[in-house]
Design a protein around this ligand. Structure first.
Ligand code: ATP
Ligand code: MG
Length: 337
């Protein structure tokens, strides 16, 4: 039922840690880039508040959850009382405002699954997507950022996994592979399962953060500076964890029966969630439960073709780390069809 391989890793996997740490550091955005993002946000706030004095702009996604690599686009959420205008009307109005302030390539995508306005700021060169009232995304951004502060190995692992996924062409939801958000959840889940655990399950702990967001209860322990030593009992290196991550998804995960759940801090059964068969477009071939919108499977974009590609890529990555003489290069070799 579950394919397993030798659990033995190359004897020198830990020696690869400095190389992977160097890759991780090279991906971190420079301070000045973060500064430019903040400036852009300040000027956008001024602009938006001229039209809507009570509206708020929140950063979300990787630029706010600490999993952003350099030159990322930024994601912004406009929080606005929309009882007077429809979402589309707000987006079109917003596009007008941005255009008349000389922002470039302004486009309102009112029919997208998540409707947004896209634009580029010619002063900083930063591209950004603005959505309306997507406050659950703002809440899950905070959850990811809080997890990242507990143990630095999460950020290291997720950066390298994201970099791998982008290089190998498996970070494209429109083609049936997984979002960056899904990969970060897979990393958190993996670190929750280590023995001893490297990350706790914040949603199973005493709730110090409580919010009702669009009818969804978001509750978890967010005083993360009090648990910075949580993973100290486990001294696995980043190279070993990286190999373990791919090995888990290649040879150990039970795709037929399990759902990974960061909320529960463990695998739960597909049966329990009634995710055992295709319903509409949701195929549930790899199941990743959203930590707050628990009826939402982030793997639902994966179809019978892309699941094969994904699993072959997990196997390739695990094997590269286990056998290749130059894994820090081979792992990220661009995929050429
Ligand atoms: P990247 O650096 O690749 O842009 P990202 O962290 O911004 O990565 P995205 O996948 O672009 O990740 O998603 C942006 C944000 O939107 C996520 O951080 C999350 O808050 C939210 N999000 C994305 N996909 C989903 C989803 N399927 N369900 C709920 N929220 C989502
Ligand atoms: Mg993003």
């Amino acid at each position: 039922r579950i394919r397993r391989r030798e659990l033995e890793c190359r004897y020198d996997i830990d020696d690869m840690t400095p190389l992977f740490l160097a890759i991780y550091r090279s991906l971190i955005p420079a301070e000045e880039e973060k500064e430019k993002q903040k400036q852009l946000l300040v000027s956008l706030r001024k602009l938006v508040n001229k039209e809507w004095p009570d509206a708020e702009l929140h950063l979300y996604g990787s630029c706010a959850n600490s999993f952003d690599v350099s030159n990322s686009d930024i994601d912004i959420c406009l929080a606005i009382d929309d009882s007077k205008m429809s979402k589309s009307e707000i987006l079109l109005k917003l596009a007008d405002i941005l255009e008349s302030d000389n922002l470039q390539n302004v486009q309102a995508l009112t029919r997208a699954r998540v409707p947004i306005v896209k634009m580029m700021d010619p002063v900083t060169g930063i591209s950004c997507d603005i959505c309306i009232n997507n406050l659950l995304a703002v809440a899950n951004t905070k959850l990811l950022r809080d997890y990242a502060q507990i143990d630095e190995r999460l950020r290291q692992l997720a950066f390298i996994v994201k970099h791998w996924a982008k290089s190998r062409g498996v970070n494209e939801t429109y083609r049936g592979t997984l979002s960056s958000y899904a990969y970060v959840l897979m990393c958190i889940h993996f670190l929750q399962q280590r023995k001893p655990a490297i990350l706790p399950c914040l949603q199973e702990m005493e709730a110090t953060y409580l919010a009702n967001v669009d009818g969804v209860q978001c509750a978890y322990f967010d005083q993360v500076d009090r648990i910075r030593h949580f993973g100290a009992q486990n001294n696995e290196s980043i190279a070993r964890l990286l190999w373990g991550f791919f090995h888990y998804w290649a040879y150990c995960h039970d795709y037929a029966n399990d759902v990974i759940s960061v909320r529960a801090g463990r695998n739960i059964s597909k049966q329990l969630k009634d995710w055992t068969r295709r319903i509409g477009n949701d195929r549930h071939l790899i199941c990743i439960e959203d930590p707050f919108e628990t009826s939402h499977d982030l793997g639902r974009v994966v179809d019978k073709y892309s699941i094969k590609i994904l699993r072959e890529e997990f196997e390739r990555a695990a094997d590269v780390l286990q056998y290749d003489s130059n894994p820090s290069v081979t792992l990220f070799e661009p995929y050429v069809p």
